[in-house]
Design a protein around this ligand. Structure first.
Ligand code: HEC
Length: 124
């Protein structure tokens, strides 16, 4: 085979290798090893998958409301956050670690809650 044809074929092999490799990643974040955490415009509604689904299973009136912390409604959560106890509990910086008996919330979930508090706890 002539040298110029060999080079031509080599180029295809290299291009194919790059393309095939690119397809094993589902998105840019995965490709660059970055996991995106969107903390923009977070509302209470965006966070009910934590507050309602996780926290309120214990922090409700029938449990009955450990340490007086209620997490069932929007007003409950605002009142609880205003005690100043919620962030230390979920960041697990003190002796009381929430959610009790479960894995710590992800860094992204904690960042979202913190961003929401800093934004003045918008409801929706
Ligand atoms: C499995 C039940 C359970 C779940 C789920 C749970 N908690 Fe608790 N929580 C408790 C109990 C029990 C206490 C009292 C712990 C103690 O006094 O040692 C408590 C205490 C607290 C306190 C008071 C801390 C303090 O310093 O007095 C806060 C704030 C709190 N929880 C927030 C949360 C948040 C936010 C979530 C959701 C991310 C959550 N909890 C999930 C059971 C739970």
């Amino acid at each position: 085979m002539q040298k110029k044809y060999l080079m031509f074929h080599l180029c295809w092999v290299i291009l194919f290798a790059i393309a095939a490799n690119g397809c094993t990643f589902n998105n840019e974040e995965e490709y660059f090893g970055i996991t995106e955490c969107d903390t923009i415009d977070i509302t209470y509604t965006d966070l009910t998958y934590i507050f309602t689904n996780v926290c309120a299973t214990c922090h409700n009136v029938s449990y009955p409301a450990p340490n007086g912390i209620l997490m069932v409604t929007y007003n409950d959560v605002v009142t609880s956050v205003n005690t100043g106890l919620v962030l230390p509990a979920i960041k697990q910086t003190g002796s009381i670690k929430m959610p009790q008996g479960q894995d710590k919330l992800s860094d992204c979930d904690i960042s979202k809650i913190e961003a929401w508090i800093n934004a003045g706890m918008p409801e929706n």
